[in-house]
Design a protein. Structure first.
Length: 135
């Protein structure tokens, strides 16, 4: 039974490593982000990334762990994330939760939409990601 749960379906086996650009909110809080994602298992994704906002100036490093439902081309997911932001000289870290839907084709191109909610600030923001899973 455990082997069946941990098996990566053929359609999901490759590619498992990818890069993607984000617009608004990933890593939270940022206007633009660049992320690296890895799927060690079919239902688990680990992301790390850097984000930036211009006014006010916010520089953010962060990461998320996502539970993904590998349902083929459409993949709903939920996330738990942490980020460390430097907001105009004032550092701060926060945990956030999120949910979204990813659409990925057989060439590894991915489009995702989601929503992140800061547990500290009690503020949520939507985001859009465009990426490519290549390895």
């Amino acid at each position: 039974l455990l082997a069946g749960i941990l098996t990566i379906p053929r359609a999901f086996a490759y590619p498992r490593l990818g890069v993607f650009a984000s617009f608004i909110g990933d890593p939270y809080p940022s206007l633009f982000g660049l992320n690296l994602g890895f799927h060690p298992l079919s239902f688990l994704r680990i992301n790390g990334g850097y984000g930036y906002t211009f006014n006010p100036i916010v520089s953010t490093w962060g990461g998320t762990v996502a539970l993904v439902a590998p349902l083929g081309v459409f993949r709903p997911f939920t996330t738990l994330g942490w980020s460390k932001a430097k907001i105009e000289g004032a550092p701060g870290s926060r945990f956030y939760v999120g949910a979204g839907l990813e659409l990925r084709n057989s060439a590894g191109l991915a489009l995702a939409v989601g929503y992140n909610y800061s547990l500290l600030a009690k503020i949520g923001v939507p985001y859009v990601q465009l990426g490519w899973y290549f390895f």
